[in-house]
Ligand binder design. Structure first.
Ligand code: ADP
Ligand code: ZN
Length: 613
């Protein structure tokens, strides 16, 4: 029998497993239940697809989204694996036919929507067939602690319990919290599973945070400088999606949009426009993205700060799935915090929760929001901040984020800290960040007058400083426990045992701040570093290969990246293969794909070489 590595090469064209894949595959092949926790883009699918091809019977893959199934089944068939999906997008006739083929044993891998599992027709098929494994993708959907609880996922175990012979269960998710992990094991009744969490670091992603006055301007400049690149722009509200999308269209860019307010049909169309690169940029709310595995997304811009690091990392992680350099840019604005707070306070959508549970959930959400906000203010390595949030220890310096690329200088902000702490104390610890910042800045708003803060002795004591800078210092104080921000609906700043020492100037507060003049120079450096990383490849050849890919994709009605990923095209440019053997050495080209497309691509490369002679 072929081993796992041979299968990986033959069908998927890859030479080596990524971190964790081999362990998870071996665990499954030894017959054990298996739980894989890997970040978005790490390559979970391979972990159940490779063993599925090696086990004697059929593998059922449970997946929450129709678009995801369609995509994965399409990719499998392209790679020469017989696979099908069973969900509500099929007509009754198509469904019956697919089941009939399944019964005849034509498919090795079948994707099923969870709600189908316990229907009579499907059960009949499953009982009479040899099912080796049930794989549960996006397994956090079984947990109420997860971000995306789906009651239909509870049918999985009902289904497994009905089977005459218990199959191997394997489950995969990108959600790493302890509660979710325990829930998955408990609810799916995994039997002493191998549970493996791989590193959450995604080295090819460049992280940056900016706080621009004009966010749109920043976006516009970015996409002008990165023409032809595919990217996602996330906004918090539908209204903002519309606005940004309209303005980009007005500026002549091929941009589409996605949010829950659009009809199903329009959403599907827009999503396809994006996936097929007809419109390489999509502006969307967080409703967009689950199950999208477009591998050539080169940037993800967050037009607003999202509600927590989990969401941020998942959304940002949709960039650079092909492993090539990609950018994740977060545009912070003070208003984003307020919008998110509003969402949390008004989150009453889950009717099953009683008042008390709801309060606990809200408090947890506020805590998460705080940590997200600190991300926007930290001067430390951004990657490190994220990894620490997920319980990993990074190296303090990654050299591939905006903080690591910026030269900071230390600045003594004790005097400013003293004013802030004094203001909190003199107003008897009754106010939130907004009131305190406005007071020391010397604003004259109705809110301040109402609370008689215009008469406070600290009013205007920091009038010379910008609001942003004052906020920066305040966030630093909270982050370092010199002040404490409560988790209530109206978060209030309180003193801590460390406050007094600062107030008495017994302790200095030192902050790292960017050196003004050098910042822009360094950002430029960061960008050119990125271009270099993309390799000294011949862009003309790359473009030729890209058009051939597009032609094939149109003919076969599949997204271009399913034919070959950008990374694979890149590899062809580097290797410049002359024959089949050399072509197969390029990552992403397996035997099956070579037989299908290899000659066409070889021809383009040969022709190109001749023009160069
Ligand atoms: P996720 O973990 O988010 O489900 P996917 O399974 O979609 O990630 O994989 C992300 C990308 O990485 C895909 O384009 C996939 O083909 C690629 N990939 C997976 N495993 C490997 C590997 N061993 N070598 C190279 N590329 C891989
Ligand atoms: Zn860094």
């Amino acid at each position: 029998m072929e081993d796992a590595k041979a299968i990986l090469k033959k069908y998927f064209g890859y030479d080596a497993f990524r971190e964790g894949q081999e362990e998870l595959i071996n665990s499954i092949l030894s017959g054990k239940d298996t739980l894989g926790i890997m970040p978005t883009g790490a390559g979970k699918s391979i972990c159940f697809q490779v063993p599925a091809l090696m086990l004697p019977g059929i593998t059922l893959v449970i997946s929450p989204l129709i678009s995801l199934m369609k995509d994965q089944v399409g990719a499998l068939n392209q790679a020469g694996v017989h696979a099908a999906y069973l969900n509500s997008s099929l007509t009754a006739n198509q469904y019956r036919l697919a089941l009939q083929y399944a019964r005849e044993g034509r498919y090795k891998i079948i994707y099923v929507a969870p709600e189908r599992l316990t229907t009579g027709e499907f059960l009949d098929f499953a009982m009479a067939s040899d099912i080796s494994m049930v794989s549960i993708d996006e397994a956090h959907c079984v947990s109420q602690w997860g971000q995306d609880f789906r009651p239909s996922y509870l049918k999985i175990i009902e289904f497994v319990d009905k089977m005459p012979k218990r199959p191997i269960l394997s489950a995969f998710t990108a959600t790493a919290t302890k509660e979710v992990k325990e829930d998955i094991i408990r609810i799916l009744k995994l039997i002493s599973p191998t549970a493996l969490t791989t590193g959450f670091d995604r080295g090819n992603l460049f992280f940056s945070v900016q706080s621009p006055k004009d966010k749109f301007e920043v976006v516009l400049r970015y996409i002008q400088e990165n023409k032809e690149q595919s990217g996602i722009i996330y906004c918090l509200t539908r209204k903002e999606v519309e606005e940004v999308c309209d303005r980009l269209n007005a500026n002549g860019f091929a941009v589409t949009r996605y949010h829950a307010g659009l009809s199903d049909e329009e959403r599907r169309e827009n999503q396809d426009d994006f996936i097929y690169d007809r419109k390489p940029i999509i502006v969307a709310t967080n409703a967009f993205g689950m199950g999208i595995d477009k591998s050539n997304v080169r940037f993800v811009i967050h037009y607003n700060m999202p509600k927590n690091i989990e969401s941020y990392y998942q959304e940002a992680g949709r960039a650079g799935r092909d492993g090539e350099p990609a950018e994740c840019i977060l545009l912070y604005g003070g208003k984003d915090v307020i919008t998110n707070q509003f969402f949390i306070d008004n989150n009453n959508e889950n009717e099953e929760m009683d008042q008390q549970t709801l309060e606990v959930v809200k408090e947890r959400d506020r805590e998460r929001l705080k940590k997200m906000t600190y991300y926007c203010f930290t001067r430390e390595c951004l990657r490190d901040y994220i990894l620490r949030y997920f319980g990993e220890y990074g190296e303090n310096y990654c050299g591939n984020c905006s903080n690591c690329m910026t030269n900071f200088e230390e600045q003594d902000v004790t005097a400013i800290a003293k004013q802030l702490i004094g203001c909190v104390q003199s107003s008897r610890q009754r106010f939130g960040m907004g009131v305190i910042v406005d007071t020391v800045h010397g604003s004259n708003t109705a809110r301040l007058r109402q609370n008689r803060m215009v008469e406070n002795s600290y009013h205007g004591s920091l009038a010379k400083e910008t609001v942003f800078f004052i906020r920066q210092v305040l966030n630093h104080l909270i982050l370092k426990d010199y002040l404490y921000l409560t988790n209530e609906e109206y978060a209030i700043i309180k003193l801590t045992e460390k406050s007094e020492a600062v107030f008495r100037e017994e302790e200095k507060i030192i902050m790292k701040l960017p050196k003004k003049a050098e910042e822009t120079a360094n950002h430029k450096k960061a960008r050119s570093a990125k271009v270099q990383l993309e390799g000294d490849i011949d862009t003309a050849l790359f473009e030729n290969l890209r058009s051939l890919r597009l032609e094939i994709a149109r003919e076969e009605k599949v997204p271009p990246y399913i034919v070959f990923s950008d990374k694979t095209l890149n590899g062809m440019c580097q290797v410049m293969p002359n024959n089949k053997e050399e072509m197969l050495s390029v990552s992403g080209i397996g035997n099956y794909k070579f037989d299908k497309y290899g000659e066409q691509f070889l021809e383009v490369i040969q022709r190109y070489k001749e023009t160069k002679k």
